[in-house]
Write a protein that binds this ligand. Structure first.
Ligand code: MBD
Ligand code: FE
Length: 255
C-alpha cells in the first residue's frame, strides 16, 4: 500500500472517531453500521460505493488546472481484454438488440489540435435498458465492449445503440444507502472511454447527451460540461434503414 493512501485512510479513521463523538453514536447504532458495511463487502459493492461517492473528487484533485478534455470516472464496470474491432466498427451486440441505433464518431488530438493517429480507444457502455455486460446476468458476455484504433487523422467511428440511463441496484447496500439519504440511484446515459495514445497520457472519460434530465444530478457526480454532446436524429432513408438512427460526435484532446 502506498504511504499517501495509508495517510488518507488514517485521516478518515481519525475523522470517524470525531463523528462518533459528535453524533453520540450508541452501541446499537454502531452495530447497524458494522452490519451495513459487512453487507456492502459481501455484495461486492465496495468498488461501486467508492466510485459513486468518491472517484470524481479524486479525479478533480488530480486534474486541477490542466488543459485538454476533462477526465471523469472509470467506474466499477470496466473490463480488460475487450475484443478488437475495425475502425469504423460495430460494438458487439445481440442480433435483435433493442434501442436506437447510434453512430458515434470521435476525433482524438493533442491539446494543440494535432491528430493522434493509432490511439487505442477502449470503450464500454450499458445497453438500452441500462445494464452492463459482465455484471448483469441477462447480457451475453462482452457485449457493448470493444477496443479500436484511431485512423491517420485521429478519427474513429462506432455503430452502437443509445445507452439507457443507469440505475445503481436499488436492493443492495449502496441502493439502500441512497434511499436513506433521499437520493435517486440514477446516472445519466453515458459512453465510457479509455484512450491510450502512442505517446502521452491516457485519458479516462465519458460522453453524455444534451437534454438528459439527470445531467445536473448524476448520483456519481461524473458529468463535466465539455463531455456533453448532442444526439442528432436522422430518418434512416440515407442509410437504407427502415427506422431512424442517431449520430453524435465529440472531439477529445489528450495531454
Ligand atoms: C456506472 O455506470 C458508472 O459509470 C459509475 C461511475 C458508477 C456506477 C455505475
Ligand atoms: Fe457507467
Amino acid at each position: 500500500m502506498n504511504q499517501k493512501v495509508v495517510d488518507v485512510y488514517n485521516a478518515m479513521v481519525v475523522k470517524f472517531k470525531e463523528v462518533i463523538r459528535e453524533h453520540e453514536l450508541g452501541h446499537n447504532d454502531y452495530h447497524a453500521l458494522v452490519d451495513w458495511m459487512d453487507a456492502l463487502g459481501k455484495a461486492g459493492e465496495i468498488p461501486l460505493f467508492m466510485d459513486v461517492f468518491f472517484e470524481t473528487h479524486a479525479l478533480q484533485e488530480m486534474y486541477k488546472n490542466v488543459k485538454g478534455t476533462e477526465p471523469t470516472i472509470l467506474g466499477p464496470y470496466y473490463l480488460e481484454n475487450a475484443v478488437e474491432i475495425k475502425n469504423p466498427g460495430v460494438l458487439p451486440m445481440r442480433d435483435d438488440e433493442q434501442g436506437d441505433i447510434l453512430y458515434f464518431t470521435g476525433t482524438v488530438t493533442d491539446v494543440d489540435g494535432n491528430p493522434l493517429a493509432n490511439t487505442k480507444v477502449d470503450m464500454w457502455q450499458a445497453d438500452a435498458s441500462g445494464e452492463y455486460s459482465g455484471f448483469a446476468e441477462e447480457l451475453p458476455e462482452g457485449i457493448f465492449r470493444a477496443v479500436l484504433f484511431t485512423d491517420e487523422n485521429g478519427n474513429f467511428e462506432v455503430k452502437t445503440v443509445v445507452p439507457g440511463d443507469y440505475s445503481i441496484p436499488t436492493n443492495g447496500p449502496t441502493g439502500k444507502f441512497l434511499e436513506w439519504i433521499d437520493s435517486h440511484p440514477i446516472r445519466p446515459a453515458h459512453l465510457h472511454f479509455l484512450f491510450k495514445p502512442q505517446n502521452g497520457d491516457k485519458l479516462i472519460s465519458q460522453v453524455f447527451f444534451e437534454g438528459n434530465p439527470y445531467l445536473d444530478n448524476d448520483v456519481a457526480n461524473g458529468v463535466r460540461g465539455t463531455l456533453i454532446t448532442k444526439l442528432e436524429k436522422h430518418d434512416g432513408a440515407d442509410k437504407g434503414l427502415d427506422k431512424e438512427y442517431y449520430t453524435a460526435h465529440l472531439d477529445f484532446k489528450l495531454r
